[in-house]
Design a protein around this ligand. Structure first.
Ligand code: C5P
Length: 335
């Protein structure tokens, strides 16, 4: 009895020593203060090896960051529009107005003021980066390569789940998941949302800002350059506006002006890169047979993203791949 107790005690001491030594080694090898390590290590499995820039194992920004990434990544450009940052430079305003060539746009300032009387004006949203935060994000594009992927549970386990345009979840849960925290759209691609999802509008023209104001209130606008939905089901208190300044920054800096303007997918991806600590990307690119259709379409030749003519899909793909090579995003290729 005494011998067995002694043996147990010895085993316990050896184990305790190994655990303490390993923890010491990790906190010593990693560059952040060891206090962060002990404080945040057990919060999430992903944060176990946190390097202190954020609470995750790998963070969007690292101390010895890649020069290609650092040259481009500019946290001082806010991704979302607020009253305070809504004033556009002449250059940005003219570039933005030319995207869809709206004739005789209404007064931009007045339109913005009316908009923020309907939706919240929060200047601090997502600006909480730091050693305590490990925000994991799933950016879900609409590619047919999601079909049969069974990524659903993985996507649903993220903190932030970004979907776009017409993307349905109902009937596709196994492959694409069922949760959506952010749904990115523009008037011509709008769908109804549930009460918990943030509608993230990408405005391409002043009329789009008027449209969202109207679609959430009077329903008076039913046409842009094509007929659009006059009303939309969405939680007014969760509506967000993609900043035209950020839009131009993505085009100039990340796409180096390839194509006429970035795709919804690429704009969503860069939004995630700026507000998340860890970004997983699903549903981008062709399926394994080279088809570029949507995951809900049976017809392989419908709505092919690559042939829209306005986006440089190849260049977007190359930049996305570079982000993955630099360990800034993880790409899930699908099937
Ligand atoms: O077709 P749609 O624009 O609605 O798709 C949303 C985004 O998903 C695209 O902007 C593109 O970035 C991505 N996508 C893709 N490959 C496809 C279909 C969509 O990369 N086959």
């Amino acid at each position: 009895m005494y011998l067995s107790m002694q043996k147990n005690f010895r085993t316990f001491t050896v184990l305790a020593f190994i655990v303490t030594f390993t923890m010491f080694l990790f906190s010593f090898t990693l560059r952040d203060p060891s206090l962060y390590f002990f404080k945040y290590a057990i919060r999430k499995s992903d944060s176990f090896f946190s390097n202190g820039q954020c609470g995750c194992r790998e963070c969007m920004t690292e101390l010895d960051d890649d020069p290609w990434f650092t040259e481009r990544f500019n946290l001082s450009v806010p991704p979302l529009m607020s009253r305070r940052n809504s004033l556009l430079t002449d250059d940005t305003y003219h570039w933005w107005q030319r995207l869809q060539g709206q004739k005789d746009p209404a007064n931009f300032r007045e339109v913005v003021e009316k908009l923020f009387q309907v939706i919240p004006d929060d200047d601090d949203l997502y600006k909480d980066a730091g050693p305590e935060r490990c925000r994991t994000c799933a950016v879900v594009g609409n590619s047919g390569n999601l079909k049969g992927s069974r990524y659903g549970p993985l996507i649903d386990s993220s903190d932030v789940i970004i979907r776009m345009n017409m993307a349905p979840t109902s009937g596709f849960e196994e492959d694409v998941g069922s949760r959506t925290t952010h749904h990115v759209m523009y008037p011509e691609s709008a769908i109804d949302l549930d009460n918990t999802t943030s509608l993230l509008l990408i405005p391409f023209k002043t009329l789009d800002l008027q449209w969202i104001t109207s679609a959430l209130t009077t329903g008076s606008i039913n046409e842009t350059y094509v007929p659009v939905r006059s009303r939309i089901k969405a939680n007014k208190n969760r509506v967000l506006i993609y900043s035209p300044t950020f839009f131009k920054y993505v085009y100039d800096t990340w796409l180096e002006r390839h194509g006429q303007y970035p795709s919804t997918g690429f704009l969503s991806l860069l939004f995630a890169v700026h507000i998340c600590d860890k970004v997983n990307v699903y549903g981008f690119g062709a399926d394994r047979y080279g088809n570029w259709h949507h995951y809900w379409q049976k017809n392989y030749h419908g709505g092919e993203f690559r042939k829209t003519g306005v986006h440089d899909a190849d260049h977007e793909h190359n930049v996305t791949m570079l982000l993955a090579d630099k360990h800034k995003i993880n790409i899930f290729k699908g099937f």
